[in-house]
Design a protein around this ligand. Structure first.
Ligand SMILES: Cc1cc2nc3c(=O)[nH]c(=O)nc-3n(C[C@H](O)[C@H](O)[C@H](O)COP(=O)(O)OP(=O)(O)OC[C@H]3O[C@@H](n4cnc5c(N)ncnc54)[C@H](O)[C@@H]3O)c2cc1C
Length: 455
């Protein structure tokens, strides 16, 4: 036996690194096994690099299209080398920050591939580490789309975010959060973008009204959208990719695949340790993250519910608190907000209008266009919308949806309101600062009963 720990976490992404730090804060001797970089896929290949590139795309677009706002930038251009360097620097600096936090909290980083043993301990190479509890946090990998082979000019999401040059024309397959972010960034760089979705709306998990607002905005930006059209055939050549979908065909420089994701369980030794899987290949857990092996927990993209970094982190906290016998409570998955950083941004929490009706609620809805409040016009954010879905009997906020430039920050207020069980009538009486886009929130609450001033 190489060494023993109270808690060993497998995977150093947002689920695993936060879980390790929380375990150490609870005075548990803790190690993280990570084969790549601290911060995991989110920080090094997904969330963070994507947002870094999106930020530059936003600035570039504003520089090119600011004349009406009195902003004239002559000869604005993207320096792809500098952008690539900044993307790497941002990730590296945050990854070093995670390592620093591990050091500060006396979390040991064991570099390598971890596997569960039959006893529920952890093997890394020839070394076996005894564990009081193990937290599996190995994340997810891209699910292939049938008939589409990745490689060359057919890119996964990381390939799309790390292109070294501006393509003239790309196609993005899959219009979920990642696909919409890629489409939005490249459209703002001036690339011709074709966005293909097999389901009948872009952002298929979002409320229909919100998806419609984004679709309109995307079309205005020149993005060509095709919904209800699975990709039928892909032929990748040396200089281009030909594809057919829904009776149409196209030839593009790159095809980006932004489909679903599958739990990364390969080589984890789950069977030997008697850790069971769900039918969809995710690890089966209870509300505290306990697997079928009482010593082993699983969190983040490995388990069901939304594949989001903040959800992974919170599940990590709950799992180690539970393992340590500390006071804790399960993550309320209904209150995990979704956030998509395309332009305009999309954020939501709780139920869609259709979902609330399906769940049997007697539903009322309040909507306010961002153009209604002064700040929408000041900040050129008129196309957005706030929509609240409420229960007419008790006034409970069942779902909140925002499209607009600041949606992903603004949603936090509605998560708090719902977590604290505030009703929409209370939200309608909360005074918001002026002029801010957040005024659309209390106005949307007032709109439920038809008394919004700026409707
Ligand atoms: C392009 C893209 C953009 C995204 N943007 C956002 C966003 O803006 N906001 C958001 O909330 N979510 C976003 N997500 C989702 C987010 O990345 C995931 O939900 C999050 O990374 C899950 O965290 P995790 O800790 O479960 O796993 P991961 O971040 O996947 O980390 C798992 C780690 O485990 C390591 N590992 C795997 N197997 C082993 C092993 N056997 N031994 C040792 N180490 C191992 C891997 O190397 C990896 O570092 C995005 C996803 C993609 C693909």
């Amino acid at each position: 036996m190489a060494d023993s720990y109270d808690v060993i976490v497998l995977g150093g992404g947002p689920g695993g690194y936060v879980a390790a730090i929380r375990a150490a804060q609870l005075n548990k001797k803790t190690a993280v096994v990570e084969r790549d970089k601290p911060g995991g896929r989110c920080l090094n290949y997904a969330c963070i690099p994507a947002k870094t590139v999106l930020h530059t795309a936003e600035l570039y677009d504003q520089a090119r299209n600011g004349a009406e706002l009195g902003l004239v930038v002559r000869d604005a251009e993207i320096d792809w080398d500098a952008l690539g360097k900044r993307r790497a620097t941002v990730s590296d600096s945050l990854s070093s920050g995670v390592k620093m936090l591990w050091d500060k909290n006396k979390v040991t980083w064991i570099e390598g591939d971890g596997t569960l043993t039959a006893e529920g301990d952890v093997a890394v190479g020839d070394d076996v580490y005894e564990a009081g509890a193990v937290v599996l946090a190995t994340g997810s990998v891209a699910l292939p789309i049938p008939g589409v082979e990745l490689g060359g000019r057919v890119l996964d999401t990381w390939g799309a975010w790390s292109l070294p040059e501006q393509p003239a024309k790309i196609a993005v397959v899959g219009a979920g959060a990642s696909g919409c972010e890629i489409a939005s960034a490249y459209a703002r760089f001036g690339t011709e973008v074709l966005l293909i979705e097999m389901l009948d709306q872009i952002l298929p998990t979002e409320d229909k009204d919100m998806a419609r607002v984004v679709e309109r905005a995307f079309k205005k930006q020149g993005i060509v959208i095709s919904t209800g059209t699975p990709v039928e055939k892909v032929e990748a050549g040396a200089d281009s990719v030909k594809l057919s979908y829904g009776g149409e065909s196209a030839e593009v420089e790159y095809l980006c695949v932004a489909g679903g994701r599958a739990a990364d369980v390969e080589g984890l030794g789950l069977e030997a340790a008697e850790v069971e899987l769900e039918e969809n290949g995710k690890v089966k857990v209870d509300e505290y993250g306990r697997t079928s092996n009482p010593k082993v927990y699983a969190i983040g993209d490995l388990v069901n519910a939304k594949a989001l970094a903040h959800k992974a982190s919170d599940e990590g906290v709950v799992a180690v608190e539970h393992a340590a016998g500390a006071e804790t409570h399960p993550v309320d998955q209904n209150l995990v907000a979704g956030a998509t950083f395309c332009h305009p941004q999309v954020a939501s929490v709780g139920l869609t209008e259709a979902g609330a009706k399906e769940a049997g609620h007697d539903v009322k809805v309040g909507k306010l266009k961002l153009g209604g409040v002064g700040a929408g016009t000041v900040y050129d954010d008129k196309d957005g919308l706030v929509k609240l879905v409420v229960d007419s009997k008790y006034g409970e906020i069942l779902g909140a949806h925002i499209v607009g430039n600041r949606a992903c920050d603004m949603i936090a207020e509605l998560v708090a309101a719902m977590a604290l069980e505030g009703g929409y009538q209370e939200l309608a009486r909360i005074v918001h600062p002026h002029p801010t886009i957040s005024e659309a929130i209390f106005e949307a609450a007032r709109a439920v009963d038809g008394w919004a001033t700026h409707a």
